[in-house]
Write a protein that binds this ligand. Structure first.
Ligand SMILES: NC(=O)c1ccc[n+]([C@@H]2O[C@H](COP(=O)([O-])OP(=O)(O)OC[C@H]3O[C@@H](n4cnc5c(N)ncnc54)[C@H](OP(=O)(O)O)[C@@H]3O)[C@@H](O)[C@H]2O)c1
Length: 276
């Protein structure tokens, strides 16, 4: 190569290097100087994956999460097309069936939080409590652990921790041992090593939320009911909340309690023994 051409090529390379350095911008330069991480952009927001998003509680959870706008959101459905049609195409619907573990890895990929609002639609068979409230929860928990999820929030049921009583006996009788299978689903989550919160609502009602005070209880001794909208609010308030982590609690309405008092109640709940 003639000397003049070689000099030109060398100059061009130096110039290209300088331009590339300038294009990397102040963030990279500052990072190199201070060791600080680049600022977190919208694309890096925490991702909440909601299983059971088509259910009566699940759809309130995704609606509240969406209007809060704080998280990225992924809604799981057995039939995502039907879900988009019936519930809303504005959600990011992903196909997943909790009884089919092979559908869960990609559904939970990148998740920071998983909320399970699933519940058996049948009282027996492959869509019954054994394979949904126990097996399905266990499959979700396993997938969440593999995905490195930071917290798993499970909607279980009041009565799942009870030692007996007429209500539990009756619900188990009507619901194909649903409370017994839910208790086993809870146990699988506690044993997983994942940070978790277990919410056990009383009888679910389709009435507006925020109309009455809420009680967060432990020991599973008291019965009551609660609106699905309030369950959604409480579940969302547990996300990333250290005062709610490693804890199981019942949730019922109590008109005698101030409406927003529940927000400060997580702290006084005792951690589960297994997670201490
Ligand atoms: N009913 C009550 O009074 C009461 C009281 C206490 C606790 N709970 C519990 O609270 C939770 C929410 O109850 P809800 O009445 O709001 O729920 P729901 O309306 O019965 O919805 C159940 C959800 O679970 C999903 N699901 C069922 N089998 C599935 C599977 N194999 N794979 C993936 N998803 C599946 C359903 O999806 P599809 O739309 O595809 O069927 C649906 O999204 C449940 O765990 C329930 O047991 C209920």
């Amino acid at each position: 190569m003639p000397a003049r051409l070689a000099t030109t090529v060398l100059l061009a390379r130096v110039l290209a290097g300088l331009l590339a350095f300038a294009a990397a911008g102040p963030v990279a330069a500052q990072h190199e100087l201070t060791g600080e991480l680049p600022p977190v952009g919208a694309a890096m927001r925490e991702l909440v994956v909601v299983a059971g998003a088509t259910g009566r509680s699940g759809r309130l959870i995704i609606a509240q999460l969406r209007s809060a706008g704080r998280y990225e959101l992924r809604a799981l459905a057995r039939d995502p097309r039907a879900a988009a049609r019936e519930i809303g195409a504005e959600y990011s619907w992903v196909a997943a069936d909790v009884t089919q573990p092979e559908t869960l890895a990609s559904a939970l990929d990148g998740a920071t939080y998983v909320i399970s609002a699933i519940g058996a639609r049948e009282r027996s068979g492959p869509d019954g409590p054994e394979f949904v409230d126990f097996g399905g929860v266990r499959n979700l928990v396993d997938a969440a652990r593999s995905a490195g999820v930071r917290q798993f929030v499970l909607i279980s049921s009041a009565g799942a921790g009870g030692e007996g009583g007429f209500n539990r006996w009756l619900l188990n009788l009507i619901g194909g041992d649903v409370l017994t299978w839910k208790a086993r689903g809870e146990a699988a989550l506690r044993a997983s090593g994942l940070p978790y919160t277990i919410v056990r609502p009383g009888g679910l009602r389709d009435v507006p939320g925020g109309q009455a005070g809420l009680l967060l209880l432990q020991g599973d001794r008291k019965s009551g009911d609660v609106s699905r909208a309030d369950v959604a609010s409480v579940v969302i308030a547990t996300l990333g909340n250290p005062d709610a982590t490693g804890k199981t609690f019942e949730l019922i309405t109590d008109p005698a309690v101030p409406r927003e008092a529940w927000r400060s109640q997580f702290r006084r709940l005792a951690p589960d023994v297994a997670s201490r």
